[in-house]
Design a protein around this ligand. Sequence first.
Ligand code: B12
Length: 92
Amino acid sequence: MQAGLRILKPHLVRGESKSAGKVAIGTVKGDLHDIDKNLVAMMLEGDGCEVRDLGVDIVPDAFVKAAQGGVQILCMSALTTTTMLNVNGINR
Ligand code: B12
């Protein structure tokens, strides 16, 4: 999948010069799934957004810091029923 994504990326990301907005994206604390997050990040880039990929296993505070640092949209990914609670910080 990761190898496939590298082939797809240039076709999904078009050369935009003007930013459509700043986005931070990451997989929440306790969760290591990232194929889905990487796809969403690529789609957003393809749509002209400036995407900051925070990575996986990201603590709530890191998302808060990203928001304070000027991103307009926070995207949080969680693929398990236990880690999805970290999207709103319940497991904090
Ligand atoms: C690949 C995979 C793994 C890989 C992850 C590799 C990687 N680098 O991501 C590995 C093997 C590491 C893994 C590990 C585990 N996994 Co897993 N995994 C999967 C699997 C098979 C596919 C997920 C995937 O990548 N799909 C491909 C993506 C492209 O599709 P998608 O998920 O639909 O993504 C779209 C949407 O979700 C949405 N989206 C996702 N995030 C976001 C964020 C935003 C902002 C937006 C807008 C949209 C969006 O857009 C995406 C793109 O279209 C699923 C089962 C399944 N068939 O879905 C289980 C699954 C998610 N895993 C599961 C489990 C339980 C685990 C483990 C706990 C297993 C274990 N006991 O160790 C560990 C957890 C490790 C951890 N701490 O995170 C369960 C979760 C069950 C549950 N009810 O919680 C699943 C559902 C399998 C199952 N049926 O049991 N896993």
